[in-house]
Design a binder for this molecule. Structure first.
Ligand code: ZN
Length: 294
């Protein structure tokens, strides 16, 4: 585990001085309690923000405007609203339904005053002949959503995912590809698209530093966890920061070198470990690790 205080050569914000930018992605807590209770737990633990998932918010039990007020009253910001329905699908009808669903979500993101709507873009569209056609279908979907993003004032943050998810979760897989897609999307909607950098998805990239540098001014979020080696599960075995192989201080230094000075968001899917620990303990450890090893 490399300690932040040992990274004296790195230029980094001292996160102890900016706890308002520490955010908890609620997936980290395993969706084990109602979102209203999670808001209280996250605020009490010392975070300044949270990133709720749609499955917790868009249910009959939740009144969105009451939730938005509760979040504000707790002194929390919303670092992101998670996440898009996939812009891929088995046919045009399915993709159109996803688009409508994403429009609805953007309105809720606005009501929550979310800093961005996180886009996990989807994988292959099985009615398309090739991988490039599937990528185009996703770009078409993103472009179609641009107008709603503009109307409600919430930008869409593209999250490149590790290539192991290319087939079924995201055909957006590298920082360089995100840069190229932003170029296309921003030609139509200059203010409505940005990128989220997630340590878990990008740490392995041989062009990491260059890839991040080229996104300067477009980074809307920074997600942290750790890559456990060996990994037991492709989706649900993320590690707590400091327990894996990612050089987190170095990575944050690259992100902050672009001028990024906003949220550092903890996002850990961990079915067999952290989702079995008490929620308050997960929050306490996450804060400690943010301050010690990120
Ligand atoms: Zn993420």
């Amino acid at each position: 585990m490399s300690n932040v205080s040992e990274q004296s050569a790195l230029s980094l914000r001292d996160l102890r001085d900016c706890q308002q930018w520490l955010s908890m992605n609620t997936a980290t807590l395993g969706y084990r309690q109602p979102i209203q209770q999670t808001v209280e737990s996250v605020a009490k633990a010392g975070f300044g923000a949270l990133a709720p998932w749609r499955q917790e918010v868009e249910t009959p039990d939740v009144n969105v405007s009451a939730l938005a007020k509760q979040i504000r009253d707790a002194g929390l910001a919303v670092s992101g609203y998670v996440r898009t329905a996939y812009f891929a699908g088995e046919n045009a009808q399915v993709r159109q339904a996803a688009l409508e669903d994403n429009r609805k979500a953007l309105h809720i993101a606005a009501e929550l005053d979310a800093a961005c709507y996180v886009a996990v873009v989807g994988g292959l569209s099985t009615d398309k002949p090739g991988i490039d056609d599937s990528r185009q279908a996703i770009l078409d979907g993103l472009l179609a959503l641009g107008e709603t993003a503009q109307e409600v004032g919430v930008p869409i943050a593209l999250e490149p995912l590790h290539p192991m998810y290319a087939a079924n979760r995201a055909l957006l897989n590298t920082l360089a590809q995100a840069r190229d897609w932003l170029h296309i999307l921003q030609a139509e909607y200059p203010e409505q698209f940005g990128v989220v950098v997630d340590a878990y998805h990008v740490w392995w990239d041989p062009q990491l530093e260059q890839g991040i540098a080229e996104l300067a001014g477009n980074i809307m979020g920074y997600h942290v966890c750790d890559w456990l080696s060996p990994t037991q599960d492709m989706l649900l075995d993320r590690g707590m920061m400091g327990d894996g192989v990612i050089q987190l201080p170095e990575l944050r230094a690259m992100v902050e070198a672009t001028g990024y000075a906003r949220f550092v968001e903890v996002e850990i899917f961990s079915a067999e470990h952290w989702w079995k620990m008490p929620v308050d303990e997960v929050l306490t450890v996450a804060i400690e690790r943010l301050l010690q090893v990120c």
